[in-house]
Design a protein around this ligand. Sequence first.
Ligand code: AMP
Length: 463
Amino acid sequence: MKTFADLGLSDKILRAVTDKGYTTPSPIQAKAIPPVLKGKDVLAAAQTGTGKTAGFVLPILHELSENPAQNRNRKIRALILTPTRELAAQIKANIDEYGSHLHLKNLVIFGGVGANPQINKLRAGVDILVATPGRLLDLCQQRVCDLSHVEILVLDEADRMLDMGFINDIKKVMNYIPKKRQTLLFSATFSKEIKTISKQFLSNPVTVEVAAQNTTAERVEQSAYRCDVGMKAELTTHLIQKGDWQQVLIFTKTKHGANRLSDRLNKAGITSSAIHGNKSQGARERALQGFKNNSVRVLVATDIAARGLDIAQLPHVINYELPNVSADYVHRIGRTARAGESGEAISLVCNNERAFLKGIEKLIGQKIPLLTEEGFAPDLWPNRAPTASEVQKADAERKKQNRQQRGPRNPRNSSSKNKSRSNSNSNSNSNRSSGGGSGSGSKPSSNATPRSRRSSSTRRRRR
Ligand code: AMP
């Protein structure tokens, strides 16, 4: 088995890796680090949880420290683009640790917080910049961020950046980066879209893949509980109390759903915080901190907000609602069983979600045991599961009825309009960087509203 020293990393980096307690490189690190050190473009299939961050951060630190810039002023030499603020902050924390014996400066920039401190830090000089695409593009367009000296570009979680509609921003950011550079693209999957952008952005890449795409799923003990939709909150409380689970990450489909569930858990005496796109950066960080230091037992999160959370040895994940995109299930349960640990993931499945469960089982190539908890057997569980299109139709009908009951919205109502606008202004950067949590007072949208769907005039106004 290879050691970190075998990979050719410098002593100072090896010391930091030892400080961190790593003994051997993970498979993605063993495969990706050598070609990166050779200066090759790399296309890597690796999910979060595989140690992929060190897979690109360690060789970048090596390169930049072993080949210092000739220019005395610090210029951005490595740029890491990543989909969410949490992931960006996590990568920055890793760079701090892995580079603790080096003298490189790094900075993380994302929306949802004031731009001025970031601009000041950029002016002071940075070697490695970690950024979400929206804020980075803003700062480039304002000409306060100079990417013309970038030597290494990383597109981290590229599949997720595409899902979140960041492709146009990324393309625009590319115009500010030299064509002659080294590019590393990390993605959980090699979809058609990923292949297309890799052809555009990478040149002669070395492709590295670690095992099958969904290996994380194999280390996680998975089960599903059938139940009625109205029983989910109670069943969640029951399972947490019965198992005496002390650290649980729960996924909900919507931000309001996350808030509601978190309130219910708190009322039941289970300390809980919600984390999603409507929360300020400070609130998210406090919630995460509380969860990490065990003062908060349950963190309820939407998919996007949970992206990039690195909580060592997270033992339990609950899918309160199943995601309708099967790959999201794999991302979710990848929050547990990180870096070789094992974990448990349970899903609460109501009749309408049976088709999603089937889709997930197909993707992971595994049957998920479907259990019934005593006292929580569903009233509605006919022999034949509704098909996905039947569920969609019923959903659309339900939404239509809700709209009719609510009556038409009046967009011209000036007070609500102003309120909505001021909220969307104050949250604009947060939306932009996280790929779409809507502002607290603004029109609800899915967590992953594609940026491309927003009009350019709206963007201009927000800026
Ligand atoms: P990542 O996939 O980069 O988010 O990393 C997942 C987790 O694995 C993080 O908690 C890292 O600190 C940890 N990790 C990364 N590389 C190693 C390694 N070689 N040995 C043990 N843990 C690691």
